[in-house]
Design a protein around this ligand. Structure first.
Ligand SMILES: [Cu+2]
Length: 652
């Protein structure tokens, strides 16, 4: 945007491996061995007690030798319903037993057994790495203002046709866009691409044609992996555009798809798989959207009217789906919990002092990881809002080229708490227009942006080159870790995305109203990958590798599923508490905000040794679409802070 334009206007007015039926499936101690010495076990003594029902605990073959466990003693206890036998972690010494002492107890039901590696969680592995930057594409052709990773490992990126320019031509044979020049009234052909498909494996680019203008629009992945974008500028303002995750797919555009004109709106996916599109300039409403439907409701939302100000600091509102099914909306410095179906505000949060957080002050916001590790039916949901600028900073940048220092504070609030309070601390550096991404490990990453000024053309100074890692689980004062600085300024209209290999794709930045090659801050079409410290090569020996062929790729709500992975080296005994399975739907990122972003930490049920160094983990899929809306997710296995490469899964 469009600073000048805005200012003038202002002055005027996720079964391949179907979930097993129960834990007893694995390790399913069938027949071969029964309550006695196992001759095949050499000098390893095994004590088995089954003091119940049918109570025989049977050690099936993969169960006995636990090479990955070294000479550690293992006790097996199954004290539950169907008589599962669990490998309890720091098992006690059994005097009188040999080197590898194994005690098996099954005091329950029918004595089927599965073994789980239990034990207290160990600390994350340490690394001194501050991350690394790689320039992976010198010229992607189109500046990446708006991006979304699709399940075919392509990033769809686009900016705007307003510039009538990019660095990449449409493919031969594709009809150019034609338009009448405002000044000369001549008909001009625009043969530049304004969208690309970017292959994250090869870093190759394919130009895509977009007819209507997606400038400063919203988007998100539909349940089938189709990218659905909404809003934009002029002929794009009511457009619903979509592109599938498929070879050779092209944009489909419906210029009358939205009920309201929306420039700078926010879009998230709801538990039922439909979208909620919120706000936009002078659009004090929200609407539901499902592709192919036209009967979806439009609701007036006065909160957006109340939170607008002279600089309009409530555009691109931060919208997060909470774990109770309501929707958190943050605009300017205020926030509410909205029941979108009843069009009712169910909670009003305290005002967040310090300045304005939404566009053009452009702070950052994300949901902290949602932990399903307890039996709480509504796990707590916590939101973080950081940075931005004072409420007149945009005006000062626009009219006086005075670049106010960005905000430095970071604020958290538990939105499921009936009496919530903001908790505040400072970031290592000031930031406006930064991205805030959830990482596979449960940490978050602040990246991109500027230290002075605001969003819009020529309105910022002092790029913030330095990403910062944030660990939400650590106490205040220990949460931030400063990473390695990039060499490339990524300010207005920059973007970033978490990739399946755990790296961060970083692109875009254009503080101009066209493509500018020679400037202190040229239009950026270079693409970088940032590797956070968890990708340190020293940690590779601990890094899990998912066996995709042996793991579930369809996760059904509330059901158990299995993931098989291997690890070269474990430090001591591995227990299921050392492993986190996290799922992440690739968000739509633009203007420093990642729409629909959430990281869910799933509940582990059992961890079994499959073969030496290979493990089979039983986890619970998310209970419902409230916790994880249906669609495609990246699934990571994280071993004490060291993430695997992700596997794509579908949640339904
Ligand atoms: Cu913009």
């Amino acid at each position: 945007m469009h600073g000048k334009v805005l200012w003038i206007v202002l002055l005027l007015a996720f079964a391949g491996h179907a979930a097993p039926k129960s834990h007893r499936y694995d390790f399913a101690l069938g027949n071969p061995y029964q309550d006695q010495e196992q001759p095949g076990l050499g000098d390893t003594d095994v004590g088995i007690n089954g003091d119940n029902g049918n109570g025989n605990a049977n050690l099936e073959s993969p169960a006995q030798e636990q090479p990955g466990l070294g000479d550690t003693d293992v006790a097996i206890n199954g004290d539950n319903g169907n008589g599962n036998v669990n490998l309890e972690g720091p098992a006690q010494e059994q005097p009188g037993l040999g080197d590898t002492d194994v005690a098996i107890n099954s005091d329950n039901g029918n004595g089927n057994a599965s073994a789980s590696l239990e034990g207290p969680a160990k600390a994350d592995f340490e690394t001194t790495s501050i991350g690394n930057w790689d320039l992976v594409n010198q010229d992607s052709g189109v500046s990446a203002m708006q991006i979304n990773l699709l399940p075919n490992n392509k990033i769809i990126a686009y900016d705007t046709k307003t510039y009538r320019k990019s660095r990449l031509l449409l493919p031969p044979g594709v009809t150019c866009l034609s338009f009448v020049d405002d000044k000369t009234k001549e008909l001009i052909n625009d043969c530049w691409a304004h969208s690309i498909e970017y292959d994250i494996q090869t870093n190759n680019v394919i130009p895509l044609k977009m007819e209507s203008d997606p400038w400063c629009s919203a988007g998100g992945l539909a349940t089938d992996g189709t990218l659905v974008g909404t809003g934009g500028f002029l002929d794009g303002e009511q457009t619903v555009r979509s592109i599938g995750a498929c070879e050779g797919c092209q944009w489909q555009e419906n210029v009358n798809g939205l009920k309201e004109r929306r420039w700078y709106p926010t879009q998230i996916i709801l538990p039922g798989g439909e979208f909620l599109v919120v706000g936009g300039r002078r659009a004090f409403s929200y609407e539901f959207l499902r592709l192919g439907r036209t009967d979806q409701k439009l609701s007036f939302f006065p909160f957006l009217y109340e939170t607008t100000d002279l600089d309009e600091n409530n555009l691109y509102p931060f919208v997060h789906l909470s774990t109770d099914g309501n929707v958190f909306v943050f605009a300017n410095n205020r926030s509410v919990l909205l029941d979108p179906y009843a069009n009712k505000i169910v909670r009003t949060f305290p005002v967040l002092p310090g300045g304005s957080r939404n566009y053009p002050a452009s702070g950052m916001s994300a949901l902290l990881p949602i932990k399903l590790t307890t039996d709480n039916s509504t796990p707590p949901a916590e939101v973080i809002v950081c940075g931005g600028n004072q409420n007149n900073a945009f005006r000062l940048a626009e009219t006086k080229k005075e670049f106010v220092p960005a905000l430095r504070d970071c604020n958290r609030i538990v939105i499921t708490d009936p009496n919530p309070k903001w908790e505040t601390e400072d970031m290592p550096s000031r930031r406006t227009m930064g991205d805030l991404l959830n990482l596979p490990t449960g940490e978050l990453l602040f990246v991109n942006g500027a230290q002075r000024g605001t969003a819009a053309w020529w309105d910022a100074e002092e790029p913030n080159f330095t990403p910062v890692l944030y660990n939400p689980d650590k106490p205040q004062g220990e949460r931030f870790k400063v990473m390695k600085a990039s060499q490339i300024a990524r300010m207005y209209h920059s973007s970033s995305a978490l990739l399946p290999d755990g790296k961060i794709w970083v692109g875009g930045s254009n503080t101009h109203q066209t493509y500018v090659d020679n400037d202190r801050f040229p239009t950026e079409t270079r693409i970088e990958n940032f590797s956070p410290s968890y990708l340190d090569a020293e940690l590779d020996k601990y890094r899990p590798a998912i066996d995709e062929a042996a793991s579930a790729k369809i996760l059904n709500y509330g059901q158990e599923f299995q993931t098989v992975f291997s690890i070269n080296e474990v430090d001591g005994e591995l227990s299921k508490s050392d492993i986190k399975v996290t799922i992440y739907p690739p968000p739509f990122t633009t203007h420093g905000y990642s729409m629909g972003q959430r990281l869910v930490i799933l509940k582990n049920l059992n961890l079994n040794v499959e073969t030496p160094g290979t493990y089979r983990l039983f986890s619970s899929a998310p209970p419902s679409g409230v916790i994880a809306p249906p669609g495609y997710y990246l699934l990571f296995v994280v071993h004490r802070g060291v993430p695997s490469k992700a596997m794509w899964v579908q949640i339904q």
